[in-house]
Ligand binder design. Structure first.
Ligand code: NAD
Length: 290
């Protein structure tokens, strides 16, 4: 299949490479010359404009920084330029309202579109093991499924347009909350005289068990290898967690709900990022919770 890929950064670079490995012809565009060069080295055809990339494409995949950029790239450079009937897949993490607005504009212009944000970081994007949460009509999901399966291990239909973003934002708000709770519990256990490994052995098989303990333990040398074992480098940057919490709280406000723990998590991550930790893994917040 001929696929256009727009946005070949940390995530998109690996995803586009996996589409090539699956046998697709990928025409790639990014504003960054370096990103385009890397995409070219992994077998994509580099293009000078979005219009050049989407010409003749059966599907367009995007992995862009935010909703404003997604809105302008689709509104000004994809709709009306990609062939009629092409399937549009936006995998960026953006606000629910913009995802719905862009999908509606796409539908008016004769395209099927899905929002398909991901869970999993740069390593999962490179390894093709992402989880995709997909919003859009059933027939659009059916067409998107094999394309997404070439870049991930799990592809789930979450509901109508915007539902993929809604699922992603609710999931990441929960992740922020249980990471902070996990950090508090480990810090308190240590102050109460418990050995961290002993507390891990207990909490990882008891009712406090959660993914932040068993897959991403924030304490160095405890549990499986995680960013804590690498001085909190790599992993999921605090700035990205803060972005997702901000989007989650905007969605909560639109839905008329008031998530007290989500709000507190955003305050804590905001303060942590502003103290010079925006580029560090989000589990490093344990340093401030002792
Ligand atoms: P990134 O900044 O590394 O990549 C974004 C790319 O988009 C850059 O190469 C940039 O040059 C390009 N770009 C920006 N504006 C453009 C335009 N108008 N036209 C074409 N290209 C343009 O970011 P990333 O880490 O790859 O994240 C991409 C998306 O994935 C974000 O929405 C992010 O929230 C989401 N995400 C990231 C992670 C992660 O761990 N990095 C995990 C899950 C989801």
């Amino acid at each position: 299949m001929k696929i256009a890929f727009i946005g070949l950064g940390n995530m998109g670079g690996g995803m586009a490479a996996n589409l090539v490995k699956a046998g697709h012809a990928v025409s790639a565009f990014d504003l960054s010359a370096g990103a385009l060069e890397r995409a070219s080295a992994s077998g994509c055809t580099p293009c000078k404009t979005v219009a050049e990339a989407v010409a003749g494409a059966e599907a367009v995949v995007s992995m862009l920084p935010n909703g404003k950029i997604v809105d302008s790239v689709y509104g000004e450079e994809v709709l009306g330029k990609a062939p009629a009937g092409a399937l549009l897949l936006d995998c960026s993490t953006i606000d629910v309202a913009t995802a719905r607005k862009v999908a509606e504009a796409a539908q008016h212009a004769g395209y099927a579109m899905v929002d398909a944000p991901v869970s999993g970081g740069i390593a999962a994007a490179a390894a093709g093991t992402l989880t995709f949460m997909v919003g859009g009509r059933g027939e659009a999901f059916a067409r998107a499924q094999p394309i997404l399966a070439a870049m991930g291990k799990t592809v789930i239909h979450a509901g109508e347009s915007g539902a993929g973003q809604a699922a992603k934002l609710c999931n990441n708000m929960l992740l922020a909350i249980h990471m902070i709770g996990t950090c508090e519990a480990f810090a308190m256990a240590q102050k109460l005289g418990l050995d961290p490994q002993t507390f891990y052995d207990i909490s990882s098989v008891s009712s406090g068990q959660n993914w932040s303990i068993t897959s991403y333990c924030p304490v160095p040398g405890v549990g499986p290898t995680s960013p804590a074992d690498n001085n909190y480098e790599g992993g999921f940057a605090t700035a990205l967690m803060l972005k997702d919490l901000t989007l989650a709280l905007a969605a909560a406000e639109e839905a008329g709900v008031d998530p007290a723990m989500g709000k507190r998590a955003r305050e804590l991550y905001d303060a942590f990022a502003n103290a010079g930790n925006a580029g560090r893994d989000f589990s490093a917040i344990i340093e401030t919770l002792g």
